[in-house]
Design a protein around this ligand. Sequence first.
Ligand SMILES: CC(C)(COP(=O)(O)OP(=O)(O)OC[C@H]1O[C@@H](n2cnc3c(N)ncnc32)[C@H](O)[C@@H]1OP(=O)(O)O)[C@@H](O)C(=O)NCCC(=O)NCCS
Ligand SMILES: CC(=O)OP(=O)(O)O
Length: 329
Amino acid sequence: MSFIEDIKARAKSNKKTIVLPETTDIRTLKAAHLVLQEEIANVILIGDAAEIQDKAEGLDLSQAEIINPKTFEEMDTYITELVKLREKKGMTIEKANQLLHNDPLFLGVMMVKQGKADGMVAGAINATADVLRPSLQILKTAPNTKLVSAFFVMVVPDCDMGANGTFIFSDAGLNQNPNSEELAAIAQSSAKSFSQLVGQEPVVAMLSHSTYGSAKHADVDKVVEATRIAKMEAPDLKVDGELQLDAAIVASVGKAKAPSSSVAGQANVLIFPDLDAGNIGYKLVQRLAKAEAYGPITQGIAKPVNDLSRGCSAEDIVGVVAITAVQAQ
Ligand SMILES: CC(C)(COP(=O)(O)OP(=O)(O)OC[C@H]1O[C@@H](n2cnc3c(N)ncnc32)[C@H](O)[C@@H]1OP(=O)(O)O)[C@@H](O)C(=O)NCCC(=O)NCCS
Ligand SMILES: CC(=O)OP(=O)(O)O
């Protein structure tokens, strides 16, 4: 069974409700149709029912719950709750009323907060910052978590590296220039996400342009320190660095460049030194190696809200919905 078939089967076995706020986007409506047809999750769509049906011509959305902000009966409660949550940050009844009526991303996140939905997926037409900011502000980090970060599950065709071609690339979506402590936290969260989603032992490489001291620079020092912290905080985790990408995933190169490392050549969780590297890296592998790329999936957030690339397909959205449903179980 492929990675995504396994995730879909797990989602079906304990069905959750996922809200999709971007209903002016046809890929989102196609994805909703497929999610309902494959019985992966229950779906809530935000918008005007007549407009959605019009746009979704030929698609069967009869099983979706459509919520129009203008007529949503719980709106007053949501406004009061949002004010309570963000009063200290300047939220007023007027602002909450404005946001919840006019910004489906805020209404979707509040549905997750209030337990009406188990998770949200958006980002097909909104930039990552706009998708993640409401969830960071309203849902906050999960207990015992320092930092929310975002990863991609990459499934590379015809590849015997990683877990038979499956990898986590992290952080590829959220933290722009993580320091050593933050990189160590991203490594530990990503290892847990790999175990949860892929079901195999994580082998974590802290990536750099240097392997075991082959280059000298402050950027290298940051990764060396992050590796030290990750090893100290998670002594049972297979984690090593600093490693170049080839030393991390190609057995023969790993042996040549870092012969004493038990991670080199075996890594399936790749921790990038900053968001430039992570975001460019995942897009290179997706576009040139034709890998499936699911994400950005968030980790460390109190309830699952996941993002998409604006370049996503309807099938990508279905995959992220299934992953979100599994995270919610
Ligand atoms: C996500 C992002 C918008 C957060 O930015 P920000 O400037 O910190 O946003 P805000 O200051 O409005 O912070 C919102 C809240 O989230 C919290 N927060 C921000 N980043 C966080 C993180 N990584 N983990 C946990 N909480 C975080 C802040 O503490 C703040 O909480 P508060 O309002 O209760 O005090 C920003 O990190 C970003 O733009 N990242 C890059 C996204 C991107 O473009 N990716 C490339 C494409 S995938
Ligand atoms: C994840 C990502 O890069 O998102 P977008 O392509 O929408 O900027």
